[in-house]
Design a protein around this ligand. Structure first.
Ligand code: 13P
Length: 251
């Protein structure tokens, strides 16, 4: 098993350009001392250019929080893959639950974004996760299966090594209510089995699956100790250099 851990910060709709640059520089300094893992930050679109400029020659990877599928066109409010790669952006989050729930993004739209990212040379960080109602109705696995199958439609096995999957139970996001390490591991193992069924076992073994949802300095170690958890997608705790540093330095 050669999955390189990935610790990712999703800054959501927070931080000015100057604050983003300062935080990215601090995170890049931490990342430079951790050669055995990847570190990523996803600033707001308005900060991407300056952040890429500031950390462009470091190991820190910069991601966008979403991406359009077309190279260009009449898509008011959207950002195309070449606009991002032009800045030095390497990855793009797609299918975040806030995009699904607040902005009504469908599985089909998320699939188009994911394919657009791959075609445009961006690594998609593809988010899936069930709501509390779905979990309580015992539908977690069927929801995850549906989201994964729809979201990955048309993605070839050759492209799969570029894809990062993120399991983010909606009820754990921003609530301080993390999934237990057992709940997270169970979902991750399910997702990996699903990838093995859809592609091949060795491809599934190499795909990184991140956990997201109230990841904090005090729960990162036990989450990362789970065999199928390969990293974290961190919201609130990624907005402060000290707490994100402790997460990057998980034990
Ligand atoms: P929190 O870490 O704030 O719960 O957010 C998780 C998340 O949505 C990351 O994408």
């Amino acid at each position: 098993m050669n999955r390189r851990p990935l610790i990712a910060g999703n800054w959501k709709m927070y931080l000015s350009v100057a604050e983003s640059v300062r935080l990215a520089q601090a995170v890049a300094a931490t990342s430079a001392t951790c050669p055995d893992l990847d570190v990523m930050v996803a600033p707001a679109f308005t900060s991407l250019a300056k952040v890429c400029e500031a950390v462009g020659n470091t190991s820190l990877k910069v991601a966008a929080q979403n991406v359009a599928w077309a190279k260009e066109g009449a898509f008011t409010g959207e950002i195309a893959p070449p606009m991002l790669t032009d800045l030095g952006v390497r990855l793009a989050i797609v299918g975040h639950s806030e995009r699904r729930q607040i902005f009504g993004e469908s599985d089909a739209m998320i699939n188009r974004r994911l394919l657009g990212a791959l075609a445009g040379g961006l690594q998609p960080v593809f988010c899936v996760g069930e709501t509390l109602e779905e979990r309580e109705a015992d539908r977690t696995f069927s929801v995850l299966e549906h989201q994964v199958r729809q979201g990955l439609q048309g993605v070839t096995k050759e492209e799969m090594p570029q894809v990062v999957l993120a399991y983010e139970p909606v009820w754990a996001i921003g609530t301080g209510k993390t999934a237990t390490k057992e709940q997270a591991q169970e979902a991750h193992a399910f997702l990996r089995r699903l990838l093995a069924e859809t592609y091949e076992k060795n491809i599934a073994e190499d795909v990184r699956i991140l956990y997201g949802g109230s990841v904090k300095p005090d729960n990162i170690d036990s989450l990362m100790a789970q065999p199928d958890i390969d990293g974290a997608l961190v919201g609130g705790a990624a907005l402060k250099a000290e707490s994100f540093e402790r997460i990057i330095r998980f034990q």
